[in-house]
Design a protein around this ligand. Structure first.
Ligand code: HEM
Length: 133
């Protein structure tokens, strides 16, 4: 049964499921393996998960906790293209629509999409003049 409301535990579950999928993806995994290693249980991953739990808590429920700026982490991690972001969004879409009822999954996906567009603007790879919304 998909979750009908968001809470701390299902955000945690979503984050771990999503990055497990990311590490199986041949386009996306190299960026994460390079920055954080390939062992989701150890090294830099637990801290990354903690950051992401807080980030999504803020995005979805307004919970304070994430005080950072998500963009700088993406500025120098290697060549990112529109296709890289599309692949990220595709995996994210699959995970949130599998786990949550559509109204909640829509909200997750909308937020991710806005951020992806912003990141692409900042990276100068957003040559898409149309308003996707
Ligand atoms: C092309 C797609 C993406 C790639 C390859 C990517 C890769 C990464 C990597 C490697 C890190 C870790 C950097 C480090 O700690 O050294 C990171 C951090 C992060 N990413 Fe992404 N990312 C992508 C898209 C996104 C999107 C669309 C979002 C938002 C919805 C996002 C949110 C974050 C956040 C919140 C952090 C933590 C930033 C911090 O430490 O404060 N990422 N990403």
């Amino acid at each position: 049964m998909p979750y009908e409301k968001i809470d701390v535990d299902n955000i945690r579950e979503m984050v771990r499921k999503f990055y497990a999928e990311i590490l199986k993806d041949e386009t996306l995994s190299p960026f994460f393996v390079k920055a954080l290693g390939d062992d989701l249980e150890n090294g830099k991953w637990p801290e990354h998960f903690h950051t992401l739990d807080n980030f999504w808590g803020l995005m979805m429920s307004g919970h304070k906790g994430y005080m950072g700026d998500p963009f700088p982490a993406h500025a120098f991690i290697g060549p990112l293209y529109r296709e890289t972001f599309e692949q990220w969004l595709k995996l994210f879409h699959a995970v949130v629509y599998e786990m949550f009822v559509p109204t909640i999954a829509d909200k997750f996906y909308k937020k991710a999409n806005i951020l992806a567009e912003q990141f692409m603007d900042n990276l100068g790879i957003n040559d898409d003049d149309e308003d996707d919304d």
